[in-house]
Design a protein around this ligand. Structure first.
Ligand code: 1CP
Length: 333
C-alpha cells in the first residue's frame, strides 16, 4: 500500500509521507521555462504531454510521496463554457455567467472540452516514477467555485456587494456544479487518481447558517460520492472558523489544515488523519528556522496519522533548495 493510503486508510502513525500543495509551479526554473513558451495557462493545462511533464518535475527533484496533477480548479467552469482567463500579476478573470447556456451542457460536451486533463492523469499514474506513490486528483469545492463563477475574479479584495442577491441563480449553479463535479471526479479516478483533494480556498469567507447551505451540505454530498468510488478524500476548508464541526458534519477521510490553525488544539479536537499546516513563508527564512518549524509539526503529530504538507501553496519566490531541505528533514525524521 502507498504511504498516503497507509496513513489515511490504516491510520499508520509510524510513517510521515509528504507532498506539497503547488509543488509543480512557478518556484521551479524548469516550470518557468515551459511557462515562458506557453503564455496561455488553460492551453498549457490542456496539453497532456506538457501538463504531465510539469506534474512529474517536482518528483524528479525531491523524494515526494505523491504527484498532484497540474491543472486548475477553474477548469470546471471552463468545461462548462464560462470564459476563463489568467492575467499576469492579477489572477483569474471569468466571463459573465449565462445560466441558460450552462444548463444545456451535456456530460459529453464537458468531458470532451477538458479531456486532456484525464489523459495527463493516465500518463502520470502509469509513469514509473509514481509506482508506490499516489496520484492526486482534485476539484474546487462547490462554494469556492461558486465564488469565482459569480464574482468573476478572486474575492481576495472583496465579494461583490450583490453576491447573494439572486438566490435562484445560486441554487441553479450549485445544482449544476454538483453534477459536473461528480463527473469530473469520476473521470479523474477512472484515469488513475487514487486520492481526491477538495480545495475550499474561500471557506473562511462564511459563517453561521451560510456554512450549512454553501459548505457543509454541498461538500458532504461530494465527499460521499468520492467514498462510493472507494477512493480516499481529503478536504481543505481553508480558514474555516471551526474545523472540528466541519469534520463532524462532512466526515472526510482526512483534513488539511491552514497555517492559522493551532496544531496542538486541532490534535485534541479531531480524530481523523490530518495533513499540512506549516506556513509557506517559513520556506523563505533560513534552514535552521525551517528545521525548527518542521520538527514542531512532526513532534506534535508524532502519534497521530499525519501527512506532511504546507498550510497553503508553496510561494513562487521559494528557493528550490529550501524545498529539498524540507523534504529531507521530513524523510529523516
Ligand atoms: O504560472 C502561472 O501563472 C499560473 C499559476 C497557477 C498554477 C501553477 C494557477 C493559476 N494555477 C496553478 C496550478 C494549480 N492550481 C494546481 C496544480 C497542482 C499543484 O498544486 O501543484 C492546483 C491544485 C490549483 C488549485 C487552485 N487554483 C486553487 C485551490 C488552492 C489554493 O491555492 O487555494 C485555487 C483557488 C485556484 C485558482 C487559481 N488559479 C491560478 C491562480 C493564481 C489562482 C488563485 C487566484 C486567487 O488568489 O484567487
Amino acid at each position: 500500500m502507498t504511504p498516503l493510503h497507509q496513513v489515511i486508510k490504516n491510520k499508520n502513525t509510524k510513517i510521515k509521507p509528504i507532498w506539497i500543495m503547488r509543488q509543480a509551479g512557478r518556484y521551479l526554473p524548469e516550470f518557468r521555462e515551459i511557462r515562458k513558451l506557453n503564455p496561455d495557462f488553460i492551453k498549457l493545462c490542456l496539453n497532456e504531454d506538457l501538463s504531465s511533464e510539469i506534474t512529474l518535475q517536482p518528483l524528479k527533484r525531491f523524494d515526494l510521496d505523491a504527484a498532484i496533477i497540474f491543472s486548475d480548479i477553474l477548469m470546471l467552469p471552463y468545461g462548462l463554457n464560462q470564459k476563463v482567463e489568467f492575467k499576469k500579476n492579477f489572477g483569474p478573470i471569468l466571463g459573465q455567467i449565462n445560466i441558460n447556456e450552462i444548463s444545456k451542457i451535456s456530460e459529453t460536451d464537458f468531458v470532451e472540452k477538458i479531456f486532456p486533463v484525464y489523459k495527463a492523469l493516465d500518463k502520470v499514474s502509469n509513469n514509473q516514477i509514481t509506482s508506490n506513490k499516489n496520484t492526486i486528483g482534485f476539484v474546487g469545492a462547490p462554494w469556492t467555485l461558486l465564488v469565482y463563477m459569480i464574482n468573476q475574479q478572486s474575492p481576495k479584495k472583496d465579494l461583490k456587494h450583490d453576491f447573494f442577491e439572486d438566490k435562484n441563480l445560486i441554487k441553479k449553479i450549485l445544482s449544476i456544479l454538483e453534477k459536473f463535479l461528480m463527473i469530473h471526479i469520476k473521470n479523474q479516478v477512472k484515469n488513475g487518481a487514487n486520492v481526491i483533494q477538495i480545495f475550499d480556498s474561500w471557506a473562511g469567507l462564511l459563517q453561521g447558517k451560510d456554512l450549512e447551505n454553501y459548505i457543509y451540505f454541498p461538500t458532504l454530498n461530494l465527499v460521499n460520492y468520492v467514498k462510493s468510488l472507494n477512493v480516499p478524500v481529503i478536504c481543505f476548508p481553508r480558514e474555516i472558523k471551526n474545523y472540528k464541526k466541519f469534520c463532524e458534519v462532512v466526515k472526510p477521510d482526512a483534513v488539511s489544515i491552514d497555517y492559522n490553525v493551532d496544531p496542538k488544539q486541532i490534535l485534541k479536537d479531531i480524530q481523523i488523519p490530518i495533513q499540512g499546516g506549516l506556513d509557506p513563508k517559513v520556506l523563505l527564512s533560513d534552514k535552521e528556522n525551517l528545521k525548527k518549524e518542521t520538527i514542531k509539526y512532526l513532534d506534535i503529530f508524532k502519534d497521530h496519522p499525519y501527512i506532511f504538507n504546507l498550510g497553503h501553496g508553496v510561494l513562487p519566490e521559494t528557493d528550490p533548495n529550501m524545498m529539498d531541505h524540507l523534504v529531507k528533514i521530513v524523510k529523516d525524521y
